[in-house]
Ligand binder design. Sequence first.
Ligand SMILES: Cc1cc2nc3c(=O)[nH]c(=O)nc-3n(C[C@H](O)[C@H](O)[C@H](O)COP(=O)(O)OP(=O)(O)OC[C@H]3O[C@@H](n4cnc5c(N)ncnc54)[C@H](O)[C@@H]3O)c2cc1C
Length: 338
Amino acid sequence: MEDVLVVGAGPAGAACALWLHQLGLKVMLLDAGRAIGGLQLRSPYTNRWIPSVQGKTGQEVARQLEEHVRSASVPCRLGFDVGAIRYRADHSGWEVSAAKESLRATYVVIATGSKPRCGGFMETEHVGIGPGISMERIDVHGKRVAILGGGDNAFDQAVFALRRGARNVDVYCRHTPRAQPILQREIPSHCVHVGPFDADQVRMTVNAAAYDVLGVQFGFEASIPAGIRLPLRDGYIVVDRHGAVPRFRGLFAAGEVTNFWHPCVTTALAHGVQVAKAIQNDHLAAASGAMPSFVERPAPRVARPRRGPGLRPQAAARMHQGGGAIARSLSDLSPHER
Ligand SMILES: Cc1cc2nc3c(=O)[nH]c(=O)nc-3n(C[C@H](O)[C@H](O)[C@H](O)COP(=O)(O)OP(=O)(O)OC[C@H]3O[C@@H](n4cnc5c(N)ncnc54)[C@H](O)[C@@H]3O)c2cc1C
């Protein structure tokens, strides 16, 4: 039996497991994939957004994360695809199961991140889903390319395909494109088709026009393991400020699966560290019989915000909640270099 099972070895899970291990807890880091690094493994682009880490591609960032976890001897199981998480009926802790094996622990951290929405399409040699290597591995030189979606990633990928020598690129979006104007300006307006469209992966057509390559860019969704019903908001796991999942004793979540902070590597790393410290505090508190530190106490009464010029009631309310809406688009991070 472990103290902690961390599910997902992206930046959030890897950072959490590294800290837990160094704080002296018995931890096991699990990932369905064959390498540590999460979404960064999908990025051949230079990551300009991690303070103090310069000039590295996402894949290099992932490699460095893996080297760090390995050199610190953090116990790790790759190829462990978690299919169920449940609290044991005899109250002896949590059970995390893959196809043929179950592991047990006092605490579980869900750090399973997010995945590109596929919208019913399947990745093939001519169809890419989401940004990064799924698109970059396809040779588009001299090809007819259709990009489906109207966000930053869609227009990013359209620009990249043109730069890589595509014969023509059309962008299909059901609604008015949401992408930043700076990206939209790079695609001629007659190549952007707004309105309902019918895309057929088998025939490789969109609205009956034939294409050689399809790029599905429908954004991201939380990747939540099955077998447990969790409190969700907009499809992401609800956590308190310690990363604890309310009402689930010993269950925590970190990183992009929570949408707690703006999604990027730095916040995922930080969230993993925060959860590790919350678990250590709880572990120590439990050993001494004290109240665990992560239990949310009733919110203190706050004075009503003063209505001054320029501060609308909604804005004041948002400030009290600790910030504004959290952006979802990964392209917020770097329009050109991801
Ligand atoms: C193309 C691309 C470029 C990007 N560029 C940047 C950038 O320049 N700068 C930046 O800061 N951010 C960038 N990002 C975003 C950044 O990669 C993510 O914000 C970050 O990786 C989130 O970390 P995470 O640990 O929360 O989740 P993830 O990185 O998604 O890791 C989750 C892990 O959980 C595993 N997992 C999922 N389900 C299961 C399961 N059931 N069982 C076991 N394991 C499971 C997955 O295999 C994965 O390894 C980019 C993302 C993409 C796709």
